[in-house]
Design a protein around this ligand. Structure first.
Ligand code: SAH
Length: 247
């Protein structure tokens, strides 16, 4: 049984062969939803050759210009990384991550994001995820080939689906989508400017990144995002001179 609700997102892959190999890894493990963000070369003969019997997954792949579009409509989002990251991200082992994704995709599409061969994912891209996933590997060289990383995540998803208990009643409120979270952060930014709240982080440029990470880690649902948006709007209304237009 295929699970169209788990998206595999490859950000700026440089080698078409890796795209093909990722498609094959997905089909082997019953995944079909591949999204390519700004691939360097696609479609490409090397991608088709490496996909082998998974050319249907490749043909159905969506190509989008930016990660935001790839995550449109998604609830739970995980980003994969080989690197040790700072303490502000929650980091899941690949097996835990797979179990969580299988549970989450019952209520909204979920996504796993992979970075480019050389550079991996940028901080801005990581900040769009609720948590990071690391595939345990030798500290001497923990950076796997992109398609092999997709293979391991896909394999764990396959196993997790096999082990998953039948889905019971969906959790109370759906997680806020990527778009809803982006609107919340834009609103936060606007209010901080309006109330003249100064960035006192060490570098003076990280406040919004810290707020994002805090909220991504909290995995807010749609009701919680609405509460925060309501508070922000109330702050803005307070500041408006008497007779100003309410938002
Ligand atoms: N130099 C890059 C490596 C990129 S490898 C970096 O330091 O991030 C290409 C992609 O494969 C990564 O962005 C990630 O999506 C995936 N990947 C490679 N090794 C991984 C690991 N050990 N755990 C999780 N993802 C990994």
């Amino acid at each position: 049984m295929q699970t169209p609700d788990i998206r595999i997102v490859l950000v700026s892959p440089s080698h078409p062969g890796n795209i093909g190999a990722a498609a094959r890894a997905m089909k082997n493990m019953d995944l079909s939803c591949l999204v390519l963000v700004n691939p360097r070369q696609f479609p490409h003969a090397e991608a088709s050759a490496r996909a082998s019997g998974a050319d249907d997954v490749l043909r159905a792949a969506r190509v989008v210009p930016a990660l935001r579009q790839a995550l449109a409509g998604c609830g739970y989002v995980l980003a994969t990384t080989a690197r040790e990251r700072d303490q502000y991200f929650r980091v899941l082992d690949v097996r835990e991550a797979a179990a969580r994704l299988v549970a989450e995709c019952a209520r909204a599409p979920a996504a796993v994001v992979f970075g480019a061969e050389r550079s991996g994912l940028s901080n801005d891209e990581l900040e769009m995820a609720h948590a990071l996933v690391r595939i345990p590997a030798s500290p001497a060289y923990a950076s796997l080939n992109l398609a092999m990383a997709v293979q391991l995540v896909a394999y764990e998803l396959y196993r997790a689906r096999g082990a998953a208990a039948p889905v019971s009643a969906p959790l109370a409120a759906p997680l806020a989508t990527t778009e809803e979270l982006e609107r919340l952060y834009a609103h936060f930014h606007e209010v901080l400017e309006q109330i003249d709240f100064r960035d006192r982080t060490h570098s003076g440029t990280h406040l919004m990144a810290r707020i994002r990470r805090l909220l991504q880690r909290a995995e807010p649902d749609q009701n919680e995002v609405n509460i925060l948006r309501g508070i922000l709007t109330a702050v803005q209304n307070r500041r408006r001179p008497a007779g100003g237009e309410p938002r």
